[in-house]
Design a binder for this molecule. Structure first.
Ligand SMILES: *[C@@H]1O[C@H](CO)[C@@H](O)[C@H](O)[C@H]1NC(C)=O
Length: 456
């Protein structure tokens, strides 16, 4: 469960991107695209619940892209259908590989992809986040977006996974939020559909709710499209009440973006997957949109649903237990209590378990700004040198609201910055096809300042 997502990059191989369509992926076509409305996901106009599993055969010790290999994909898609799921979560892909066939096999089976865009070598460093937020890193993230944005069954992107795992690492939260902002801005600036972007939080009681609030506070460009957390707290035999899940439903009842479990499935005792029944029942559907069981293949820690041996896959006991649980769990009809409005969260106050001093975010590193206009170009694949100490970092604090989708910049300066106007330039970028279906072209004038770029 502690895989970091993978993605790759190489510094400045800026192959000129085609203006449109971007990326190399093609549409799979046989499932409706999923979008966010209020605190829920919708496939077309039907409420969508994540019913899925984590899928990373080989685990973190043997990093391989599981959806680049067509034969194993074909083999496992059959299992996914047998299990009755509609989503897989993949933590690591090779963004230079071709995924057309596997994505089509998945789509034909009605299965969506929830994708982590990071990898161990191309990810934020929780111990020293500032230098790890750089243009080399963002290039790899954006290249992963390019590789998957044109598939209809790309459900969502995780901007990061479990970066914060105790009190002290809450200090890394501004960088997680900045990456989320940059990904949303990239998706919009490149003219892709509004594929949801959000964070997958670790199962840490001390600050999970603060992180949820933090990722959903501030200006619209700074907020996430959804929030997800890993939750192993319901250990069968237990109940909705005793497990603490009831209390969480109450705690998040006003949360106004979709919420789901990015991993669940306690294995301390025998797994019954009794929690699946609650997750898709009216006890939870007004606040939660389902979840992902950890995990498909047995990797030595007793979470597996199947055992993979060479080309052979055999079901373990938990496979049938989960299949039966999913079969019996059908959410209420209609919107099932989802809300369409509600207010953005308030940013959490600093405390001993939330060590973020203010609501400021770093501006996007300047060399990464051009990706918004030109595209990221090819990523590093699984063989890149890594990004944590590479490239150029952020040069200042972002002006809240400056990371909006049609802008190329965010930038810094704040109140005291003087615009020297040395390098004013005008860029035309395709606009965001947002909720209202608008397609705009918007001229943005950027003026360089001492610390970055100011959006006029
Ligand atoms: C984190 O902070 C909380 C609140 O101050 C405290 O109760 C808890 O012990 C801290 N956890 C660790 C691991 O230090």
């Amino acid at each position: 469960m502690h895989l970091n997502a993978l993605l790759a990059l190489t510094a400045a191989t800026t192959a000129l991107a085609k203006p449109s369509p971007q990326g190399s992926s093609t549409s799979s076509g046989s499932v409706p695209q999923v979008s966010v409305k209020g605190n829920a996901f919708y496939a077309g106009d039907k409420r969508f619940y994540v019913r899925g599993v984590a899928y990373q055969p080989g685990g973190s010790s043997n990093i391989a892209d599981p959806i680049a290999d067509v034969e194993s994909c074909r083999r496992d898609v059959k299992k996914f259908e047998e299990l009755g799921i509609n989503t897989i979560r993949v933590y690591t892909v090779d963004s230079t590989a071709n995924h057309d066939e596997c994505m089509k096999l998945l789509a034909d089976a009605g299965i969506y992809l929830a994708l982590d865009v990071n990898s161990p070598k191309y990810s934020l460093n929780r111990a020293d986040p500032e230098p790890s937020y750089n243009d080399v890193y963002l290039q790899s993230v954006f290249a992963a977006i390019d590789a998957f944005a044109n598939y209809d069954n790309t459900l969502l992107f995780f901007s990061a996974n479990e970066v914060i795992n105790d009190n002290d690492t809450t200090k890394a939260a501004p960088w997680v939020k900045a990456v989320t902002r940059d990904m949303r801005q990239y998706i919009g600036s490149r003219g892709y559909r509004a594929i949801p972007v959000g964070y997958s939080a670790a199962d840490v009681d001390e600050n999970r709710f603060e992180m949820a609030e933090y990722m959903n506070c501030g200006t619209d460009d700074e907020r996430s499209d959804f929030f997800a957390f890993n939750d192993y707290s319901w250990c069968p035999p237990s109940t909705f009440d005793e497990s603490g899940w009831k209390a969480k439903v109450e705690q998040y009842s006003k949360y106004n973006i979709p919420l789901f479990l990015s991993e669940f499935g306690c294995n301390k005792k025998e797994r019954t997957f009794e929690e699946v029944t609650a997750l898709y029942s009216d006890k939870m559907t007004s606040v939660y949109s389902g979840g992902l069981v950890y995990e498909y293949s047995e990797e030595g820690s007793k979470y597996g649903l199947v055992q993979i041996n060479g080309d052979e896959v055999s079901n373990l006991d938990d496979f049938d237990i989960l299949r039966t649980a999913l079969e019996g769990a059908s959410p209420p009809d209609g919107d099932a209590g989802a809300s369409t409005g509600g207010e953005a969260s308030k940013c959490p106050a600093k405390s001993s378990s939330w060590e973020v001093g203010d609501d400021k975010l770093p501006a996007i590193p300047e060399p990464a700004m051009e990706y918004m206009e030109k595209g990221a170009g090819p990523g590093p694949g699984l063989s890149g040198d890594g990004s944590q100490n590479a490239g150029t970092g952020s040069s200042g604090t972002a002006t809240p609201g400056s990371g909006k989708v049609t802008a190329t910049a965010t930038a810094g300066g704040g109140a005291g910055a003087s615009s020297t106007a040395a390098a004013a330039r005008s860029v035309q970028v395709p606009g965001w096809k947002g909720d209202m279906g608008m397609f705009m072209t918007c001229a943005v004038v950027l003026v360089s300042t001492g610390v970055g770029m100011s959006l006029l």
